[in-house]
Design a protein around this ligand. Structure first.
Ligand code: GRF
Length: 205
């Protein structure tokens, strides 16, 4: 990262509240980053509307519009690359990016997961935590690798599980923590830089 604001490309699949938190943070020049594009794997989602409202360019790459997962991955990679991101943020992006994507943006893709890794990877983190009966769960920001929610951990926040929680109430409480974690950590990555040493992610130069 350099002294200019870091260029963020954010990928979303749904409501985009994590994206909104980043857009709001980026409105302050002192934050050190700006969202240069927002991409999605589907149309008609609130996340894209949030980007458009903020005047940020958007694009959609649907897997079903391509002849193979590899072609989709290539198109997604090329489109994201055209925006010259310093950091790619997967914020509720419900697809696994492929090998070409990871190769092109090696070590510069982060994802937020609504569980405390390495517990409860995959699509149903809050439901799995509730079903297991843990008393504390949370969220994890990690550098994406080829696995499912297995990458080196940048930040985590703990969230209590309440006795009367439903999957929805628990996920909403996690998302509050998740947005704070995402904004705080991506800002620090942008302003201070970061490096990955084995499984450890170190902020600062
Ligand atoms: C987040 O909890 C994310 O970790 C999960 O889906 C949620 C997305 O929320 N994969 P939003 O679209 O940012 O509101």
């Amino acid at each position: 990262m350099t002294d200019r604001p870091a260029r963020l490309v954010v990928l979303v699949s749904g409501s985009g509240t994590n994206l909104q938190a980043l857009l709001d943070a980026c409105a302050d020049p002192a934050y050190g980053a700006r969202v240069v594009a927002v991409g999605a794997d589907r149309d008609d989602i609130e996340g894209l509307v949030r980007a458009e409202r903020a005047g940020v360019p958007t694009f959609v790459k649907q897997v079903g519009h391509f002849t193979s997962r590899e072609h989709w991955d290539r198109a997604l990679t090329d489109t994201v690359a055209a925006f010259e991101p310093d950091l790619v943020v997967l914020a509720g992006f419900m697809k696994l990016v492929g090998a070409q994507f990871l190769e092109r943006f090696d070590g510069r893709v982060v994802n937020t997961h609504p569980a405390l890794s390495p517990s409860f990877p995959g699509m149903h983190g809050p439901a799995d935590a509730l079903a297991y009966g843990v008393k504390v769960t949370g969220c994890t920001l990690f550098v994406v690798d080829a696995g499912v929610d297995t990458g080196a951990i940048v930040a985590q926040r703990a969230v209590p599980v309440e006795d009367d929680d439903t999957v929805e109430s628990l996920h909403e409480r996690i998302k509050v923590a998740e947005r704070g974690m995402l904004v705080d950590t991506v800002g620090r990555m942008a302003r201070e830089g970061f490096r990955v040493e084995g499984r450890r992610v170190l902020l600062g130069r």
